[in-house]
Design a protein around this ligand. Structure first.
Ligand code: HEM
Length: 370
């Protein structure tokens, strides 16, 4: 009995029955704890989509590239500032929109996909992620893509699409039958794919438009909430894509071009807020809003510098779209919480892994930040 009394903390002289009851209570607590972990880890529901399974699927399709993001793996850090016009302040009480406010910004431009050393291709989706640090310690983290709508409506469709579009090892191309089956089961994705294909592809990162795709709720000082989608529109003229022939053998042509431009001059985008009206879908990023919706020019983003990913810079930021300041709230779009959970899982994996240098190695440029 000594070992049992030691394990259960029972006072000496306790009867065997009471001791057994104590042991069963301890067993129940342990089973409950193990059950909670099993539930949270998705082991009790092999068919349920968990953040870990989303990331497993990305690794399955792209291969494992330790230390890199599981999506948008190839990227470059950027820095600059956002100068508010003041016009956004009537929609959101977030300090970043206050007239005359200039907020420092760190960000990352990237190409979608989980291959950190892939050659740049003009049709690959381009992204811009930003972190605004507000003076009161709040942050706004956001990530946008250069496509007008997102190809899927739900996280389940995201993973289904990954498998459907996976290249067949025999042909190097997706299996047409699997793609056909995916689009037949997801007509909203077929409609979105047509809009994405029809978009105008520009010369590079500098003249791309970056869309929030997900809707948010902007909350004003008086509590009024407005559904908003936003986009960063380049101030300069947009040039057409040059085509693979003209781009030459440079595997990092899009990133190198951006850096060369930033060495010459800062780059500017207008932050344009589009205000949704009742009935506009806020929970379906595959659907555009009607073109006549009111827009508000909330200010200017100026990028002045760039640096390769390294310890402590954008490499180690998780651009979680649910890190929002007071005055911007999530909408009912199911992709937002799915993104937040998946990015956190991707971040946890990559943060614990050995790092290799990014494919994009340029001499850092630090323009005047503010
Ligand atoms: C369920 C849907 C989605 C999933 C599972 C997903 C997954 C991911 C993952 C795993 C990453 C890498 C995160 C990291 O390690 O930091 C990532 C990056 C990114 N995603 Fe998504 N994504 C989804 C939808 C979207 C949507 C709707 C947008 C809208 C614009 C978006 C924009 C971005 C951007 C801009 C990045 C790069 C951020 C950076 O440079 O760090 N994603 N995504």
């Amino acid at each position: 009995m000594t070992l049992l009394t030691d394990l259960t903390g029972a006072p000496p002289g306790m009867t065997g029955r009471t001791l057994l009851m104590r042991l069963s209570a301890i067993g129940a607590v342990l089973a409950g704890t193990a059950g909670t972990f099993a539930y949270a880890g998705g082991w009790l529901s092999p068919g349920t989509l968990t953040p870990a399974r989303v990331i497993d699927r990305l690794e399955e399709v792209n291969g494992r590239h330790p230390g890199f993001r599981r999506n948008h793996a190839k990227g470059l850090c950027v820095e600059g500032r956002f100068a508010a016009s003041g016009a956004g302040a009537r929609l959101s009480k977030a300090g970043v929109f206050a007239g005359g406010r200039v907020t420092p910004v760190e960000g990352r431009v990237a190409l979608a996909g989980g291959q950190p050393y892939a050659a740049d291709a003009e049709t690959t989706v381009r992204s811009l992620a930003l972190r605004f640090r507000l003076p009161d310690g709040e942050e706004w983290r956001t990530g946008m893509n250069d496509i007008p709508v997102f190809p899927v409506r739900t996280p389940e469709a995201f993973t289904a699409q990954l498998l459907a579009a996976r290249p067949d090892p025999a042909t190097g191309k997706p299996d047409p039958q699997r793609l056909h089956a995916f689009f037949a089961a997801h007509p909203e994705s077929a409609a979105a794919a047509a809009l994405i294909k029809a978009r105008r592809i520009t010369a590079g990162f500098a003249d791309s438009t970056y869309w929030s795709l997900n809707a948010f709720r902007f909350v004003a000082a008086d509590g009024r909430a407005t559904p908003v989608r936003f986009a960063y529109l380049p101030e300069g003229p947009a040039a057409p894509a040059r085509g693979a022939q003209e781009a030459g053998p440079d595997k990092n042509v899009l990133f190198d071009d951006l850096v060369a431009t930033l060495r010459r001059e800062p780059l500017r985008w207008r932050l344009v807020l589009t205000l949704g009206r009742p009935g506009d879908p806020t929970d379906d990023a595959t659907m555009p809003w009607p073109a006549d919706r009111e827009t508000v020019d909330a200010g200017t983003l100026t990028l002045t510098g760039a640096a390769p990913e390294a310890a402590g810079n954008c490499r180690d930021i998780n651009f979680d779209p649910l890190v929002l300041p007071d005055g911007i709230a999530p909408s009912d779009d199911p992709l937002l919480s799915a993104r937040s959970a998946a990015y956190s899982q991707s971040f946890t994996r990559r943060a614990g892994e050995a790092k290799s240098p990014s494919a994009v190695t340029v001499t850092p440029i630090h323009g005047a930040a503010l």
